[in-house]
Design a binder for this molecule. Structure first.
Ligand SMILES: [Zn+2]
Length: 89
């Protein structure tokens, strides 16, 4: 049976339990998409802050990454197609 290596000090224990009662009481809604947002923080859903686009969201980065991968694959396929066409001539 696993046993803790060291005693958890009063300080460490109380710091942990201090965070258990935390409640986000000041949630507001994003001006652009309406999702709940912490105050003074960028909306993670749409990347807007006070109605201004500030960051790219994770889904947007994923989309761009997939786009660049697709174009690379298409360019690679096109280059391979060009080689046999030139050899036929
Ligand atoms: Zn938003």
């Amino acid at each position: 049976m696993p046993v803790p290596k060291r005693k958890v000090s009063k300080s460490r224990r109380d710091k942990r339990s201090a965070n258990k009662g935390l409640v986000f009481s000041t949630l507001s809604n994003c001006q652009t998409c309406g999702n709940p947002v912490l105050p003074h923080q960028v909306c993670k859903e749409c990347g807007h802050y006070k109605g201004v686009k500030v960051i790219r969201t994770k889904s947007e980065r994923m989309y761009e990454r997939n786009q660049t991968r697709q174009t690379k694959v298409e360019q690679g396929a096109g280059a391979q197609k060009d080689v046999p066409a030139s050899s036929k001539e």
